[in-house]
Design a protein around this ligand. Structure first.
Ligand code: N2P
Length: 356
């Protein structure tokens, strides 16, 4: 009897420690409000192991290595491949009561990508536009700056800005798409041959960049080391908070939209924890907090009271219909197109570092 009492007492001491469950969350760097993460842990007792990446490629590689992840955040253009390779679980939406608050327009965009809406839930979305510092760029340019991708993609324009610092993202699909769109073409409809030919002029332009990265450029924009850069909206707005002379532009040729989503890998060790976490992130107040912390857009439907309030307080964080019409959705690529893009991108990176 004494033994039994002792055993029970012992288990009371030990069990809570053993019961601490760990959820592995793999997402873009700085892609959640730390307070949201903390609150989830407090409320559920589930510890979140937040692992980060800064390029889409890094996530692909982690999956190829077979890393065990419970919730991951791919970009929409990665989804067709992930689904075809059976790397994601189809979601059971009954376990996501807050799914109802997600914007149907975003869901329709995902549905058009191999029915990706059955596998993912939008998490944050945004645009790829131009971050410009006119105080530095205008004197270098010698006249008013056009609201155009020509600043990066035209021979003459980029030559005049080279000295004050041009930045590109290390994002092959997005850069190629914008570059072809600027030239009146469409990446999704380009053959491998067309992609590699287009790449030749891209190599030249790429050599003029002072930065080709997805992280340090935020600081480089606010410190003035860059005067114009291709930028993800949240990064540009974050940099502009530190340096108010920075502007984020949607160029006249249009800008690109991406949707980053929450997904549960097929080999996730803890799908039940994953559902709890995903639903927590979908709660409107948490979604708004994540939008405020990252400066990317919340996927709530436009009618959601939390989003209406956010639009009043922070209009930059809620693009209206008129702005949304100037955006285009990054095309999905076939395996062959993706390979051509990746080859080209290796070339761009190599030619930047090669001694001229
Ligand atoms: C990094 C966010 C980058 C999103 N914080 C690009 N899809």
């Amino acid at each position: 009897m004494a033994y039994l009492v002792w055993l029970i007492a012992l288990s009371v001491v030990i069990l809570p420690v053993q019961a601490q469950e760990v959820l592995r969350f793999k997402a873009w760097k700085d892609y959640i409000d730390p307070a949201v993460l903390e609150n989830f842990q407090q409320e559920t007792g589930i510890r979140v192991d937040y692992q980060t990446f800064t390029t889409a490629e890094e996530l692909d590689q982690a999956l190829v290595r077979g890393e065990h992840i419970d919730v991951l955040v791919p970009s929409h253009f990665q989804l067709a491949g992930l689904i075809a390779n059976k790397r994601l679980q189809a979601l059971d939406f009954r376990q996501l009561p807050h799914y109802a608050s997600v914007d149907p327009e975003l869901l329709a965009m995902l549905a058009a990508l191999n029915s990706a809406n059955r596998y993912v839930v939008p998490y944050l979305w945004g645009t790829v536009g131009l971050a410009v510092n006119p105080r530095l760029a205008e004197p270098a340019f010698g006249r008013a700056l056009p609201n155009s991708w020509s600043l990066l993609f035209d021979e003459r324009d980029s030559a005049s800005l080279e000295g004050c610092g041009i930045g590109w993202l290390d994002a092959p699909e997005e850069t190629l798409s914008l570059w072809l769109n600027y030239r009146g073409k469409n990446l999704g409809r380009s053959s491998e041959g067309q992609i590699s030919r287009a790449g030749r002029s891209l190599l030249e332009l790429g050599r003029r960049t002072r930065s080709l990265d997805n992280e340090r450029y935020i600081e480089d924009l606010s410190s003035g080391r860059l005067c114009v850069a291709m930028a993800w909206v949240g990064h540009a707005l974050t940099a502009a908070k530190a340096n108010p002379s920075l502007q984020f532009l949607i160029p006249q040729e249009g800008a690109l939209v991406f949707i980053d989503s929450l997904a549960i890998p097929a080999n996730a060790p803890h799908p039940e924890l994953a559902y709890r976490f995903i639903d927590y992130l979908l709660q409107p107040e948490n979604s708004v907090r994540n939008s405020l912390a990252t400066q990317f857009y919340s996927p709530l439907s436009s009618g959601a009271p939390e989003l209406v309030k956010l639009a009043k307080e922070q209009p930059m964080l809620v693009p209206d219909q008129r702005e949304r019409r100037r955006l285009y959705f990054l095309e999905k690529l076939s395996v062959e197109q993706k390979q051509a893009v990746d080859r080209l991108w290796q070339g761009v990176k190599q030619s930047r570092t090669a001694v001229p």
